[in-house]
Ligand binder design. Structure first.
Ligand code: ADP
Ligand code: MG
Length: 348
């Protein structure tokens, strides 16, 4: 029986699903979160509620665990670095620092000769005004964005006055790609040239929020191979330990671009829970806890639908689902518009 205690920073649904995967492997989870009502509280073995810069609590957390990971990227680098002096943090703090900053992330990807959208740094309104060449585009905060938060789609420069953009933040402006499709590749790296990789997943977004995902992705052989190759290259270059997701765009001319990297398990990978022998969550726990690597086997094609806001209600009232369907209720207290409340996976 394993005696490992895994510390997880962040208490959202990804923390819940990591905890469930850890339990299957007899690993205890201790979650550290700045939300006293974090949904993962329902799934972990121990829970610490504190701000992410609370030195005493960080120390208490480190004392309780053997290894530390995280389920979201917006954690102060200082906190991860302090923790890493006490217990191993995986993936390592420098990886998180790189990826949580959109500009550094995109510079890194381009250095690997991997295509990204065209982008430019914007620090003031004066920087933005001459950038007509990047329109239509999306202005994004360089840090702290998720699910389209901190993003402003801009078609014409005249619009910026009515957008109330707070220029205390740093931004990048990205040229809009005429999207044919979006896909993602989830990969778990264990060590040098040792990894497990899931097949590309096709993703459908609305208002910058993922609505549903499916495998197989309807893509060419070339894109299938290239997206996997790029995911491996990124994971190797970062010397990454754990599960990582690379989000891609495919444009109308069949060009592949990396949109962004998530240094963590990812919403599009939820279908791996039911469609593979080992889920993205279990693989993450295996990698960060130095357990054995088990070869991946696909069990079924699948589709995952995010239940956003009040879409969860009918399932809570009457969870009538078929044998090939799996419902996940994140047990979040308040239903809010645009809040991911649960998901439904159907094996096909
Ligand atoms: P987040 O960190 O919120 O996931 P993303 O940069 O991945 O931010 O953007 C969310 C979604 O918005 C993307 O998955 C895509 O659907 C759309 N989007 C973002 N940037 C672009 C772009 N440059 N061109 C086309 N669509 C985009
Ligand atoms: Mg994204």
């Amino acid at each position: 029986m394993s005696e490992i205690k895994l510390g997880i920073i962040g208490g959202g649904q990804l923390g819940s699903m990591l905890s469930e995967a850890a339990r299957k492997l007899n690993i205890k989870t201790i979650i550290y979160c700045d939300d006293p009502d974090a949904p993962a509280k329902n799934f972990c073995d121990d829970f610490i509620y504190a701000e992410y810069n609370n030195k005493d609590k960080i120390f208490e957390f480190a004392k309780k665990v053997d290894v530390i990971t995280y389920e979201f990227e917006n954690i102060p680098y200082k906190t991860l670095n302090e923790l890493n002096k006490l217990k191993p943090v995986r993936p390592k703090p420098s990886v998180n620092r790189l990826i949580q900053h959109r500009l550094a992330e995109k510079d890194f990807i381009n250095k690997l000769n991997i295509r990204t959208t065209r982008y430019v740094q914007v620090e003031s309104k004066e920087d933005l005004l001459p950038l007509n060449d990047f329109l239509p585009g999306i202005l994004k905060t360089t840090t702290l964005g998720y699910d389209g938060k901190g993003q402003y789609p801009i078609k014409k420069m005249e619009e910026i006055n009515s957008l109330n953009i707070n220029f205390d933040n740093e931004y990048i402006l990205e040229k809009l790609v005429r999207l044919k499709k979006e896909i993602s590749v989830v990969i778990t790296r264990f060590d040098n040239h040792k990894y497990e990789i899931y097949e590309p997943i096709e993703n459908f977004h609305k208002e910058q929020i993922l609505r549903h995902s499916k495998i197989p992705a309807e893509i060419s052989e070339k894109i299938f191979e290239q997206s996997k190759e790029w995911a491996v290259l990124i994971a190797e270059e970062l010397k990454y330990i754990g599960t990582l997701c690379v989000e891609f765009f495919i444009d109308r001319n069949e060009n592949l671009y990396v949109n962004e990297i998530a240094p963590r398990v990812h919403n599009s990978g939820h279908l791996t829970i039911n469609a593979y022998n080992i889920s993205q969550f279990e693989n993450h726990v295996r990698a960060v806890c130095s357990l054995t690597q088990v070869p991946l086997k696909k069990i079924s094609n699948a589709e995952m639908i995010n239940l956003i806001g009040d879409q969860i209600i009918p399932y809570r009232d009457n969870p009538k689902i078929n044998d090939n369907q799996f419902l996940f209720d994140y047990l979040k207290k308040d239903i809010k518009e645009k809040r991911k409340m649960g998901h439904l996976t159907t094996l096909k």
